[in-house]
Design a protein. Structure first.
Length: 279
């Protein structure tokens, strides 16, 4: 097994399901928390995250002696991510709520989106969690395609869903977010919460500033997103904080086929990255 520069093993590329019933217990369930190769349960599950500890205010300057080593850990996480995803090929990132349940309209739409993206030759990248992320991975996996999950170390959401066939757990949000953008050619965003908004507005900023190009962004669900688009148009743009042309970066639809067609026709034909091209 390769080890990080810090001496600790790299994040797992595969995790076990997070909810397993305890033997002989009907109601209570135990959650697995993975930290590298280490499995933690019960009172051993930490209440803080690696990202949180990095950002918290320090009372003494002792942290100066630890941050250089933390930088090495961050570097190793980038290296592991680049190594795992370098040959994925053309992909679309699908975002949405972790709280959506099977049978819900957004969950079932995400299944179809994942399936149709694979049928067009694209891999599907999600945050690897439950809800909409699980649904998109399910559609991609059942269609026989690359179903990628990029998880994050969180006390209440841990591990990747069972439909991921290439997965990685990250300690740091900013490393994970880099992978979402670097290895995708577009985003399809279903209804979600703060995490979904974060990914949406970061991608809009990168496209608006021309940091990235040829990056279609689809918001799926008029009932959910029209209010946001109206606010951007009638308040933010009117106040001069963005231009009306910036709203052309977004396409809103209720139709799965239209959403998929928009992203796949806006990017280059699907390709498989070669080692030489990424060296």
């Amino acid at each position: 097994m390769r080890r990080c520069a810090t001496g600790s093993p790299p994040p797992l590329l595969k995790t076990t399901p997070v909810d397993r019933p305890l033997t002989g217990v009907k109601e209570e369930r135990v959650k697995d928390y993975h930290r590298g190769p280490v499995l933690l349960r019960g009172k051993n599950v930490p209440t803080t995250t690696t990202s949180g500890r990095l950002l918290e205010q320090q009372d003494t300057p002792d942290w100066v002696h630890g941050d250089p080593w933390r930088v090495m850990r961050i570097q190793s996480e980038f290296v592991e991510g680049f190594g795992a995803l370098a040959e994925v090929g053309s992909a679309i990132s699908v975002f949405g709520s972790a709280r959506s349940k099977p049978g819900a309209a957004d969950y079932e739409a995400a299944v179809e989106i994942g399936k149709k993206l694979v049928e067009h030759g694209f891999a599907v990248i999600t945050g690897g969690g439950p809800g909409v992320m699980e649904a998109a991975n399910k559609g991609a996996s059942e269609a026989g395609g690359s179903s990628i999950g990029l998880g994050i170390e969180l006390p209440h959401e841990q591990g990747v869903n069972a439909y991921v066939n290439l997965g990685m757990n990250f300690r740091y949000f900013f490393v994970r977010k880099t992978m979402f953008v670097k290895y995708a050619q577009g985003f399809i965003v279903l209804p979600g919460g703060f995490g979904t908004f974060d990914e949406l507005f970061e991608s809009l900023t990168l496209v608006q500033t021309k940091t990235i190009t040829r990056f279609p962004i689809v918001l799926f669900g008029h009932a959910y997103w029209d209010g946001l688009v109206a606010w951007l148009r009638d308040v933010v743009a009117v106040d001069g904080k963005i231009s009306l042309a910036d709203l052309d970066l977004i396409m809103v639809t209720d139709d799965v086929d239209e959403a998929v067609a928009h992203v796949v026709t806006s990017v280059k034909p699907p390709t498989k990255r070669s080692k030489a091209a990424n060296g």
